[in-house]
Design a protein. Structure first.
Length: 130
């Protein structure tokens, strides 16, 4: 029973994180979001902040992914070392340390994505292969 509850909670958290990381809706639609405003996909507004895959060079996309992954891994290593090795915190029970680590990732993941986007813009502006 406990494993089922943990699985349901993990599924809901992953679903809500996916929804939170997606773009903002332009409108709620008819009846407060029950039905989409328009079934025509061409009527949706284009997001000018994210370029299409055809326009962005591969090395710029790779730099974004690698930059974000590096920042995320390095941040988790630093958080782990702080939570496990710093004397005032090392004596705490593992559950509060784990919760702190998880909540730290809620701040670390968007920060890493922002750094990755900066890396992509840097590589796009440098035009290494052009």
């Amino acid at each position: 029973m406990i494993l089922a509850l943990i699985a349901i909670a993990a599924w809901r958290v992953s679903r809500y994180l996916k929804l939170a990381m997606s773009g903002r809706r332009s409108s709620l639609g008819v009846a407060g979001g029950w039905f989409p405003a328009s079934a025509d996909p061409t009527s949706l507004p284009a997001d000018s902040a994210t370029p299409t895959l055809g326009k962005t060079p591969f090395h710029a996309r790779a730099a974004e992914i690698l930059g974000a992954a590096l920042i995320w891994v390095a941040g988790n290593v630093v958080m782990g070392l702080c939570l496990l090795e710093v004397p005032p915190v090392s004596g705490m029970p593992p559950v509060p340390k784990g919760v702190a680590w998880i909540f730290g990732n809620f701040y670390l993941i968007p920060w890493a994505r922002n750094i990755g986007r900066r890396c992509r813009r840097h590589f796009e502006s440098a035009d290494i292969h052009g």
